[in-house]
Design a protein around this ligand. Structure first.
Ligand SMILES: O=C(O)CCC(=O)C(=O)O
Ligand SMILES: [Fe+2]
Length: 285
Protein backbone atom coordinates (compact mmCIF):
# COMPACT_ATOMS: atom_id res chain seq x y z
CA UNK A 1 0.00 0.00 0.00
CA UNK A 2 1.11 3.54 -0.80
CA UNK A 3 1.62 6.14 1.94
CA UNK A 4 3.69 7.01 4.96
CA UNK A 5 4.22 4.79 7.95
CA UNK A 6 1.46 4.64 10.50
CA UNK A 7 1.70 7.17 13.33
CA UNK A 8 2.72 5.44 16.59
CA UNK A 9 1.11 6.49 19.88
CA UNK A 10 2.68 6.55 23.33
CA UNK A 11 1.50 3.81 25.75
CA UNK A 12 -0.27 6.34 27.99
CA UNK A 13 -2.26 7.68 25.00
CA UNK A 14 -3.25 4.14 24.05
CA UNK A 15 -4.29 3.35 27.64
CA UNK A 16 -6.35 6.48 27.92
CA UNK A 17 -8.30 5.70 24.71
CA UNK A 18 -8.80 2.12 25.86
CA UNK A 19 -10.17 3.27 29.21
CA UNK A 20 -12.59 5.72 27.58
CA UNK A 21 -13.93 3.10 25.15
CA UNK A 22 -14.30 0.40 27.81
CA UNK A 23 -16.11 2.68 30.20
CA UNK A 24 -18.64 3.73 27.52
CA UNK A 25 -19.29 0.13 26.52
CA UNK A 26 -19.64 -1.15 30.07
CA UNK A 27 -22.09 1.60 30.97
CA UNK A 28 -24.31 1.16 27.89
CA UNK A 29 -24.24 -2.52 26.86
CA UNK A 30 -25.52 -5.51 28.85
CA UNK A 31 -24.30 -8.55 26.89
CA UNK A 32 -27.00 -10.99 28.00
CA UNK A 33 -29.89 -8.64 27.22
CA UNK A 34 -28.34 -7.71 23.90
CA UNK A 35 -27.81 -11.37 22.92
CA UNK A 36 -31.42 -12.18 23.77
CA UNK A 37 -32.65 -9.25 21.71
CA UNK A 38 -30.50 -10.31 18.73
CA UNK A 39 -31.77 -13.89 18.96
CA UNK A 40 -35.34 -12.61 18.95
CA UNK A 41 -35.24 -9.68 16.53
CA UNK A 42 -32.06 -10.33 14.51
CA UNK A 43 -30.49 -6.94 15.29
CA UNK A 44 -30.00 -4.29 17.96
CA UNK A 45 -29.27 -0.61 17.34
CA UNK A 46 -27.35 1.60 19.79
CA UNK A 47 -28.04 5.10 18.55
CA UNK A 48 -25.08 7.41 19.20
CA UNK A 49 -23.30 4.91 21.43
CA UNK A 50 -20.07 6.92 21.15
CA UNK A 51 -19.61 10.63 21.76
CA UNK A 52 -18.11 13.10 19.31
CA UNK A 53 -14.66 12.95 20.95
CA UNK A 54 -14.34 9.18 20.39
CA UNK A 55 -15.88 9.49 16.96
CA UNK A 56 -13.28 12.01 15.92
CA UNK A 57 -10.46 9.69 17.09
CA UNK A 58 -12.05 6.79 15.19
CA UNK A 59 -12.38 8.93 12.06
CA UNK A 60 -8.71 9.84 12.30
CA UNK A 61 -7.72 6.18 12.60
CA UNK A 62 -10.09 5.33 9.71
CA UNK A 63 -8.35 7.88 7.47
CA UNK A 64 -4.92 6.64 8.57
CA UNK A 65 -5.84 3.07 7.61
CA UNK A 66 -6.50 4.30 4.05
CA UNK A 67 -3.51 6.63 3.79
CA UNK A 68 -0.68 5.00 5.74
CA UNK A 69 0.99 1.66 5.23
CA UNK A 70 1.07 -1.05 7.83
CA UNK A 71 1.50 -4.83 7.80
CA UNK A 72 -1.93 -5.37 9.34
CA UNK A 73 -3.85 -3.40 6.69
CA UNK A 74 -4.78 -4.73 3.26
CA UNK A 75 -6.78 -3.12 0.45
CA UNK A 76 -9.88 -4.76 -1.03
CA UNK A 77 -12.32 -4.35 -3.90
CA UNK A 78 -15.41 -2.30 -3.08
CA UNK A 79 -17.27 -0.93 -6.13
CA UNK A 80 -19.36 1.67 -4.18
CA UNK A 81 -16.11 3.27 -2.96
CA UNK A 82 -13.01 1.88 -1.29
CA UNK A 83 -12.23 -0.64 1.43
CA UNK A 84 -9.40 -1.80 3.63
CA UNK A 85 -9.24 -4.65 6.11
CA UNK A 86 -7.33 -4.78 9.38
CA UNK A 87 -6.13 -8.27 10.27
CA UNK A 88 -6.42 -8.16 14.03
CA UNK A 89 -3.79 -10.85 14.69
CA UNK A 90 -1.21 -8.57 13.09
CA UNK A 91 -2.20 -5.48 15.08
CA UNK A 92 0.51 -4.10 17.32
CA UNK A 93 -0.29 -2.54 20.69
CA UNK A 94 0.14 1.05 19.52
CA UNK A 95 -1.80 0.75 16.25
CA UNK A 96 -5.40 1.90 15.77
CA UNK A 97 -6.04 1.99 19.54
CA UNK A 98 -9.64 3.22 19.34
CA UNK A 99 -10.63 0.74 16.62
CA UNK A 100 -8.91 -2.08 18.52
CA UNK A 101 -10.36 -1.18 21.93
CA UNK A 102 -13.83 -0.97 20.47
CA UNK A 103 -13.94 -3.93 18.11
CA UNK A 104 -11.82 -6.31 20.20
CA UNK A 105 -13.67 -5.50 23.41
CA UNK A 106 -14.68 -8.59 25.37
CA UNK A 107 -18.26 -7.29 25.62
CA UNK A 108 -18.73 -8.07 21.92
CA UNK A 109 -16.98 -11.41 22.32
CA UNK A 110 -19.44 -12.33 25.09
CA UNK A 111 -22.33 -11.44 22.80
CA UNK A 112 -20.87 -13.43 19.89
CA UNK A 113 -20.33 -16.48 22.13
CA UNK A 114 -23.94 -16.32 23.25
CA UNK A 115 -25.46 -15.84 19.77
CA UNK A 116 -23.10 -18.15 17.82
CA UNK A 117 -22.31 -20.88 20.34
CA UNK A 118 -20.13 -23.17 18.17
CA UNK A 119 -16.41 -22.22 17.94
CA UNK A 120 -17.09 -18.85 16.40
CA UNK A 121 -14.17 -16.70 15.30
CA UNK A 122 -14.23 -13.27 16.90
CA UNK A 123 -13.50 -10.16 14.79
CA UNK A 124 -10.40 -11.66 13.21
CA UNK A 125 -10.70 -9.06 10.48
CA UNK A 126 -12.16 -5.58 10.73
CA UNK A 127 -13.47 -4.06 7.50
CA UNK A 128 -13.38 -0.31 6.90
CA UNK A 129 -15.44 0.96 3.98
CA UNK A 130 -15.82 4.41 2.50
CA UNK A 131 -18.67 4.69 0.01
CA UNK A 132 -18.90 7.66 -2.35
CA UNK A 133 -20.23 6.38 -5.70
CA UNK A 134 -23.90 7.24 -6.42
CA UNK A 135 -25.04 3.62 -6.36
CA UNK A 136 -26.81 1.01 -4.24
CA UNK A 137 -24.35 -0.49 -1.75
CA UNK A 138 -25.99 -3.95 -1.69
CA UNK A 139 -29.17 -5.80 -2.63
CA UNK A 140 -31.50 -7.02 0.10
CA UNK A 141 -29.82 -10.24 1.20
CA UNK A 142 -28.69 -12.41 4.05
CA UNK A 143 -25.01 -13.40 4.16
CA UNK A 144 -23.86 -16.67 2.62
CA UNK A 145 -22.10 -17.66 5.84
CA UNK A 146 -23.74 -17.48 9.23
CA UNK A 147 -22.19 -14.64 11.23
CA UNK A 148 -22.73 -11.85 13.71
CA UNK A 149 -21.63 -8.34 12.74
CA UNK A 150 -21.01 -5.06 14.54
CA UNK A 151 -21.35 -2.10 12.18
CA UNK A 152 -20.43 1.43 13.27
CA UNK A 153 -21.41 4.64 11.49
CA UNK A 154 -18.55 7.14 11.44
CA UNK A 155 -20.63 9.89 9.85
CA UNK A 156 -24.28 10.86 10.20
CA UNK A 157 -26.13 8.43 7.96
CA UNK A 158 -29.62 8.51 6.44
CA UNK A 159 -31.50 7.59 3.23
CA UNK A 160 -29.31 9.96 1.19
CA UNK A 161 -25.99 8.30 2.03
CA UNK A 162 -26.58 4.59 2.21
CA UNK A 163 -28.25 3.97 5.58
CA UNK A 164 -28.24 0.31 6.63
CA UNK A 165 -31.65 -1.43 6.75
CA UNK A 166 -32.79 -4.75 8.16
CA UNK A 167 -36.00 -6.78 8.38
CA UNK A 168 -36.71 -7.78 11.96
CA UNK A 169 -37.04 -11.52 12.73
CA UNK A 170 -36.28 -12.71 9.17
CA UNK A 171 -33.13 -14.46 10.45
CA UNK A 172 -35.24 -17.32 11.77
CA UNK A 173 -36.51 -18.49 8.37
CA UNK A 174 -33.23 -17.72 6.59
CA UNK A 175 -31.18 -19.70 9.15
CA UNK A 176 -33.56 -22.65 8.92
CA UNK A 177 -33.34 -22.59 5.10
CA UNK A 178 -29.50 -22.57 5.13
CA UNK A 179 -29.39 -25.35 7.73
CA UNK A 180 -31.74 -27.58 5.75
CA UNK A 181 -29.92 -26.80 2.47
CA UNK A 182 -26.51 -27.70 3.94
CA UNK A 183 -27.86 -30.74 5.80
CA UNK A 184 -29.06 -32.06 2.45
CA UNK A 185 -25.57 -31.66 0.99
CA UNK A 186 -26.00 -28.25 -0.71
CA UNK A 187 -23.01 -26.06 -1.58
CA UNK A 188 -22.91 -22.66 0.09
CA UNK A 189 -22.38 -20.89 -3.23
CA UNK A 190 -25.78 -22.14 -4.43
CA UNK A 191 -27.68 -20.74 -1.47
CA UNK A 192 -30.51 -18.46 -2.58
CA UNK A 193 -29.73 -15.48 -0.38
CA UNK A 194 -30.99 -12.45 -2.30
CA UNK A 195 -34.60 -11.34 -1.99
CA UNK A 196 -36.43 -10.96 -5.29
CA UNK A 197 -37.57 -7.46 -6.17
CA UNK A 198 -41.20 -8.62 -6.28
CA UNK A 199 -41.21 -9.67 -2.64
CA UNK A 200 -42.00 -6.97 -0.16
CA UNK A 201 -39.58 -7.19 2.76
CA UNK A 202 -40.46 -4.80 5.60
CA UNK A 203 -37.11 -3.07 6.14
CA UNK A 204 -36.30 -0.82 9.07
CA UNK A 205 -33.84 1.84 7.92
CA UNK A 206 -31.31 3.01 10.49
CA UNK A 207 -31.06 6.77 9.96
CA UNK A 208 -28.82 7.78 12.81
CA UNK A 209 -25.90 9.99 13.85
CA UNK A 210 -22.21 9.14 13.73
CA UNK A 211 -21.32 6.89 16.65
CA UNK A 212 -24.32 4.59 16.12
CA UNK A 213 -23.55 0.87 16.38
CA UNK A 214 -25.71 -1.86 14.87
CA UNK A 215 -25.14 -5.45 15.99
CA UNK A 216 -26.88 -7.88 13.66
CA UNK A 217 -27.21 -11.55 12.92
CA UNK A 218 -26.25 -11.52 9.23
CA UNK A 219 -29.03 -14.08 8.58
CA UNK A 220 -31.53 -11.27 8.98
CA UNK A 221 -32.44 -9.71 5.61
CA UNK A 222 -30.35 -6.55 5.38
CA UNK A 223 -29.13 -4.03 2.88
CA UNK A 224 -26.70 -1.15 2.49
CA UNK A 225 -28.75 1.70 1.02
CA UNK A 226 -28.16 3.99 -1.98
CA UNK A 227 -25.91 7.05 -2.11
CA UNK A 228 -27.14 10.20 -3.77
CA UNK A 229 -24.59 12.02 -5.96
CA UNK A 230 -22.01 13.91 -3.89
CA UNK A 231 -22.80 11.96 -0.69
CA UNK A 232 -20.50 9.68 1.28
CA UNK A 233 -20.70 7.06 4.01
CA UNK A 234 -17.98 5.70 6.29
CA UNK A 235 -18.44 2.52 8.33
CA UNK A 236 -16.32 0.09 10.30
CA UNK A 237 -17.51 -3.45 10.80
CA UNK A 238 -16.31 -6.51 12.66
CA UNK A 239 -17.47 -10.04 11.88
CA UNK A 240 -17.70 -13.14 14.07
CA UNK A 241 -18.12 -16.27 11.99
CA UNK A 242 -20.14 -19.26 13.22
CA UNK A 243 -17.80 -22.27 13.48
CA UNK A 244 -20.29 -25.01 12.54
CA UNK A 245 -20.40 -24.44 8.78
CA UNK A 246 -18.36 -25.37 5.70
CA UNK A 247 -15.17 -23.33 5.29
CA UNK A 248 -15.34 -23.45 1.53
CA UNK A 249 -18.28 -22.38 -0.61
CA UNK A 250 -18.19 -25.43 -2.92
CA UNK A 251 -17.55 -29.15 -2.49
CA UNK A 252 -14.16 -30.51 -3.50
CA UNK A 253 -14.42 -32.15 -6.92
CA UNK A 254 -15.09 -35.91 -6.65
CA UNK A 255 -15.18 -35.80 -2.84
CA UNK A 256 -17.86 -37.75 -0.99
CA UNK A 257 -19.93 -34.61 -0.47
CA UNK A 258 -19.56 -33.72 -4.16
CA UNK A 259 -20.89 -37.16 -5.23
CA UNK A 260 -23.70 -36.95 -2.74
CA UNK A 261 -24.62 -33.53 -4.10
CA UNK A 262 -24.53 -34.79 -7.72
CA UNK A 263 -26.59 -37.90 -7.04
CA UNK A 264 -29.11 -36.34 -4.69
CA UNK A 265 -29.19 -32.52 -4.91
CA UNK A 266 -30.88 -30.59 -2.08
CA UNK A 267 -34.60 -30.03 -2.37
CA UNK A 268 -35.11 -26.30 -2.21
CA UNK A 269 -38.82 -25.55 -1.64
CA UNK A 270 -40.21 -24.60 -5.06
CA UNK A 271 -41.65 -21.28 -3.90
CA UNK A 272 -38.13 -20.25 -2.95
CA UNK A 273 -37.03 -19.89 -6.56
CA UNK A 274 -39.59 -17.14 -7.17
CA UNK A 275 -38.69 -15.34 -3.97
CA UNK A 276 -34.92 -15.55 -3.93
CA UNK A 277 -31.88 -15.71 -6.16
CA UNK A 278 -28.28 -16.52 -5.46
CA UNK A 279 -25.53 -13.96 -5.05
CA UNK A 280 -23.74 -15.26 -8.14
CA UNK A 281 -26.76 -14.57 -10.31
CA UNK A 282 -27.64 -11.13 -9.05
CA UNK A 283 -26.27 -7.61 -9.02
CA UNK A 284 -23.16 -7.46 -6.84
CA UNK A 285 -24.03 -7.37 -3.14
O1 LIG B 1 -22.68 -1.93 4.07
C1 LIG B 1 -23.82 -2.20 4.46
O2 LIG B 1 -24.60 -1.35 4.87
C2 LIG B 1 -24.28 -3.63 4.45
C3 LIG B 1 -23.13 -4.54 4.62
C4 LIG B 1 -23.48 -5.98 4.63
O3 LIG B 1 -24.27 -6.46 3.87
C5 LIG B 1 -22.77 -6.83 5.57
O4 LIG B 1 -21.89 -6.37 6.29
O5 LIG B 1 -23.09 -8.03 5.61
FE1 LIG C 1 -24.45 -8.66 4.29
Amino acid sequence: MEGQQLRRLRPEQVNSINTQVTSVLQSKIKPLQVSQAIKKDGAVVFSKLLDSHLISILNKEFDEAFNHSSRCVSTGEHPPGKAVTITTQLLEADQFPAIASLFLNSIFEDIADEVLPTNSTFHDRIALTHEFQPTAITDIHFDMKRSLKCLLYLVDTDQTNGAFSFATETHVENSAYRRSFLDQGGQLRDLLNIASESESIPLRTVCAPAGTLIIFDADVFHQGGTLQPGKERKVIRGRSLFGGQPVSSRHTWCSRSWWRYRMNPPKTPTDYYGRRSSRGRSRAA
